[in-house]
Design a protein around this ligand. Structure first.
Ligand SMILES: [Zn+2]
Length: 279
């Protein structure tokens, strides 16, 4: 499983979108099926339409069609898109919720409960999409933009532990990325942007962009690539090399050897090195 059993965050959602895009984009939908009765009337409107793009927005996903209709899904904890050859349903106990078939391929959404069909015009006013901050995985988002957001009045007095999970600040971050980014930036989750000088805010912004994109590029791996290569060569399994600190409670810090601690910040578990992230 691409995300190693954790909840999909921005990188995992973008990977799903890219997989679906490879199957559907440029093709016409030959058959469309929705489990929810309120969505079933849209099946006929989508059938025969060409898929123009598949995009992720934070942890939401849009399948965009040439008649201005979009299949919107937000996977929450359990939703999962599977892509494959048409006519070969994967063996799974999950509930099928959406099926998009071309002549030869299928994109199947299981278990998700947040599914809608939206017009292009609906997107800007959508209750979730409209509130999203810039997507950390979008090409035009860089550390300068993220640093400027950290300095904004509405964000600068929030704790970093809360801010890094807030999709209105930056979209696409989630719980494992939060711990990993704070470790790379050597910051405690209780600090606020206003506690940091301009250079430290810039370093944090750089870590936000770099670690999220590394996770996208390396299938959810956030640890230092050289360290990952070394550990893999030693036969260490994915769980042992994937992250710097996340899920590594009680194990030694990869940089200083101090014992990694686990705590709860903004209702979710966070992992940190008490030495590297002091104060
Ligand atoms: Zn350390």
């Amino acid at each position: 499983m691409a995300n190693g059993g954790t909840v999909p965050e921005g990188p995992e959602t973008r990977q799903q979108a890219d997989r679906i895009a490879r199957a559907l984009v440029g093709e016409c939908l030959a058959e469309v099926w929705f489990a929810f009765p309120q969505l079933q009337p849209f099946a006929a409107l989508l059938c025969g339409r060409r898929v123009d793009a598949v995009e992720s927005r934070g942890k939401a996903l849009l399948v965009r069609c040439d008649n201005g209709l979009n299949v919107y899904s937000h996977n929450q904890l359990y939703g999962r898109w599977l892509v494959g050859v048409r006519g070969r349903l994967p063996r799974t106990n999950r509930q099928l919720r959406v099926a998009l078939h071309t002549e030869t391929r299928s994109a199947l959404l299981y278990s998700a409960s947040e599914i809608e069909v939206l017009t292009d015009g609906d997107l800007a006013g959508h209750r979730f999409l409209a509130r999203l901050g810039p997507d950390v995985l979008d090409r035009d988002v860089d550390e300068v933009l993220v640093a400027a957001r950290l300095a904004e009045a509405r964000f600068r007095r929030r704790s970093l532990g809360a801010l890094l999970l807030d999709q209105t600040f930056v979209a696409g971050l989630g719980n494992y990325l939060r711990s990993e980014i704070l470790f790379v930036a050597r910051l405690d989750a209780a600090l606020r942007p206003i506690d940091l000088d301009t250079d430290r805010r810039r370093e944090l912004a750089a870590a936000i962009v770099r670690i999220a994109r590394r996770a996208l590029r390396l299938g959810g791996v956030t640890n230092d690539p050289d360290d990952v290569r070394r550990l893999r060569a030693e036969g260490v399994p994915r769980l042992g090399y994937r992250h710097y600190v996340f899920g590594r409670e009680g194990r030694p810090c990869r940089l200083c050897g101090e014992v990694i601690e686990r705590s709860t910040v903004a209702g979710r578990r966070v992992y940190s090195c008490p030495a590297c992230q002091a104060g």
